[in-house]
Design a binder for this molecule. Structure first.
Ligand code: AMP
Ligand code: MG
Length: 350
């Protein structure tokens, strides 16, 4: 009868409305509980530090990002070559005088020595006095000076050593002033990633002035859910500020760093004098204008990007090819791009 039909229709309408309401509530919950992201940026270590975290709990994201930024700041201070920390003290101690160092500092010095040996001496943390000769102080003010050849020769002729002694002690020898500027940012990034991992967050990225490491994968929203996709980072074009040379797809946990002649430099006599110094000549390295290295950690990526920059395209690529899990994108002085064998089109596009 017509009355029965109307009742059934109303029941169906009611059921549909209830269904829609339940679905809408479900979607709101998914959106609310699903992964969110938080990004903060700070000026630290004379550079731009960026921390990003993904996770479901906004308070955990806040705490994780704040703690990671604090860790970058702590490491930056601990590894200053002139500051009140252990490294500054080692540099102020008389040559030959053994000093006890915090384990973290001793360990990074040991890592730096090993990478120095692997690079055939191109990576050298004993060049602090040479950086000063060129005016590249730690808190660089944008200016510089070209030293006389006699000053450079005197620096090159003086013996320089760093001895790591048992019991966490170390001493500098001769004219060595220890400068961890080419590896400490990477270490700071690794430490900050370790801090992010201690919090209830799903994935994250830390970038300290072009020294990057990621953990996990980006939860990408797809319809009402999220699927993980790898982190992607742009490689800065060395001659076009704000433009990328290409894009790198990172595997979970990887680090990547770029050294370039466009980061800290001054011009004199029509030449660009930048801050990555070749220990063989005592002058800015000339073979490359940019070197990007992907490695299992940010510490290695940082040190190896500087090392390859000094070595130039052939020797730089040979070093990278000899190291497992390490890849590179180099740009030489003529603008030619050199890509290591492990970076196929899926991992580097340009
Ligand atoms: P990066 O930006 O990581 O390539 O590091 C450059 C910084 O490392 C410079 O500002 C110096 O403090 C220091 N440095 C310069 N030349 C060298 C070198 N050949 N080996 C190690 N550290 C270096
Ligand atoms: Mg470096």
């Amino acid at each position: 009868c017509p009355k029965g039909v109307a009742v059934r229709r109303r029941r169906i309408q009611g059921a549909v409305l209830l269904g829609v309401a339940v679905l809408a509530l479900g979607l709101v919950l998914v959106a609310w509980l699903g992964p969110q992201s938080l990004e903060r940026q700070r000026l630290l270590l004379g550079t731009f530090v960026q921390v990003k975290a993904y996770g479901a709990d906004p308070e955990a994201l806040e705490r994780a990002v704040a703690d990671a930024i604090a860790e970058v700041e702590r490491v930056g201070q601990a590894f200053s070559r002139v500051g009140p920390g252990a490294l500054g003290a080692l540099n102020r101690a008389a040559p030959g005088e053994a000093m006890a160092l915090p384990q973290e500092v001793w360990d990074l010095l040991e890592r730096a020595q090993a990478l120095g040996a692997q690079s055939g001496g191109a990576f050298d943390v004993k060049l602090g006095a040479l950086a000063d000769l060129w005016g590249f102080a730690e808190d660089w003010d944008g200016t510089g000076r070209v030293p006389d050849q006699a000053e450079i020769d005197a620096f090159l002729a003086a013996p320089r050593g760093l001895e790591l002694l048992p019991g966490g002690r170390a001493r500098r020898l001769g004219a060595a002033t220890i400068d961890l500027g080419a590896i400490a940012k990477g270490h700071a990034v690794d430490r900050a990633i370790a801090v992010l991992r201690q919090h209830a967050v799903q994935a994250g990225l830390v970038n300290a002035g072009g020294n990057v490491r990621v953990f996990g994968q980006v939860p990408e929203p797809v319809l009402f859910w999220s699927v993980p996709r790898p982190f992607q980072v742009g490689v800065q074009h060395p001659r076009r500020p704000g433009e990328v040379l290409g894009g790198l797809t990172l595997e979970a946990g990887q680090g990547v760093a770029t050294s370039g002649d466009y980061q800290r430099y001054f011009e004199a006599d029509g030449l660009r004098h930048h801050h990555v110094l070749d220990p063989r000549t005592g002058r800015p390295a000339r073979g490359l204008i940019s070197s990007t290295v992907v490695a299992p950690t940010a510490t290695e990526a940082d040190a190896l990007s500087t090392a390859t920059f000094v070595l130039g395209p052939q020797a730089g690529l040979a070093l990278v090819e000899a190291l497992p899990g390490v890849e590179a994108v180099l740009v030489d002085a003529d603008g030619r791009i050199w890509v290591s064998s492990g970076l196929d089109a899926a991992r580097f596009t340009f």
